[in-house]
Design a binder for this molecule. Sequence first.
Ligand code: NAD
Ligand code: TYD
Length: 351
Amino acid sequence: MTLTKTVLITGGAGFIGSHLVRLMVNKYPDYKIVNLDKLTYAGNLENLTDIENYSNYEFVKGDINDRNYIDQLFVDYQFDAVIHLAAESHVDRSITNPLSFIETNILGTIHLLQAARNIWKENLTDKLFYHVSTDEVYGSLGETGFFTEETAYDPRSPYSASKASSDHLVRAYYHTYNLPIVISNCSNNYGPNQFPEKLIPLVINNIKNNKTLPIYGDGKYTRDWLWVKDHADAIDVIFHNGKVGETYNIGGNNEWKNLDLVESLCDVVDGLLGREIGTARKLISFVKDRPGHDRRYAIDATKLMTELKWSPSVQAEEGLKMTAEWYLKNTEWLENVTSGSYQNYYSKQYN
Ligand code: NAD
Ligand code: TYD
């Protein structure tokens, strides 16, 4: 097959990136998909064993903070497009080690922008720099209201501040240098392959091991959860049909207070493990709150749904069940990522 495009996906060994890489490699056999990933604690090539030998796929290990390396990579591969997901992504880690978030999320992004700008001198209509971002850049909502694409940025954690900064840089390259860009800001994702430092896989893993389920603060913090493959589909739609220079919000229209979500998950996992319903709920434990904890996130995805005809396909009940089933079935994956340094992280974070 003749290849029509070479697409760089950064962070493709991570949670969302691995679902996107799989989708693109399978759906577009005429694209060459190059997955650049540093393989930090969150990157895992086991996420992609099913497609690792496909002829239109290549993995390269590298660091987006290494400017010379990135410049050379763009010269060597002459990418037509970039979908940029590589990031430090966990709010709690950004509170203990903000600097690595500044390095990867801000400096790493500008190295990629600069490298794209250096090689994309002509035929800019065929090129695209797609920056994958988060709804956390908009800050925290009260009981009502939604984030739209016009909501003013108000990041409140080192993670969200670093992502906001990268969004601003991507837009600055569009306005200043005409770099063709598009940005999406998505709500919380859940599903297979998420590193179990994030709420949902952490809770499933702890239930399995009869460990306490830590709920920060009063448990009434609210998130809008989206099935990860729906996010990958949305990225595909925006990548192909989004307007250059525009921003699209992506969300599941699926708000849960943390405590309600964890209680539901407890019952789902009890059911799957054949335990009496109510067993796992006894493991719930209220712990010290996260500093600067954003109260509520909720996305208005009207623009994406009306202009590009995307909508989420998986409902919460079905999604939570599929997620729990995946973690309970993929015991080797879970054991591999929770051995070693995970134990240190866990005991420092939760005493
Ligand atoms: P993740 O932490 O699971 O994966 C991040 C990946 O980036 C890992 O494979 C890691 O090895 C790689 N990486 C980190 N630093 C790197 C570097 N310096 N050079 C090259 N690779 C590096 O994250 P995720 O949850 O899959 O999130 C992916 C992107 O989506 C991030 O940009 C995040 O901000 C954004 N996002 C995430 C969510 C969510 O709920 N997880 C929601 C909205 C947006
Ligand atoms: P998380 O999965 O870390 O995503 P984010 O902070 O990016 O939204 O956390 C989701 C919510 O769950 C958030 O309100 C913090 C809360 N939380 C807990 O209550 N306990 C935990 O152990 C974790 C990891 C998160």
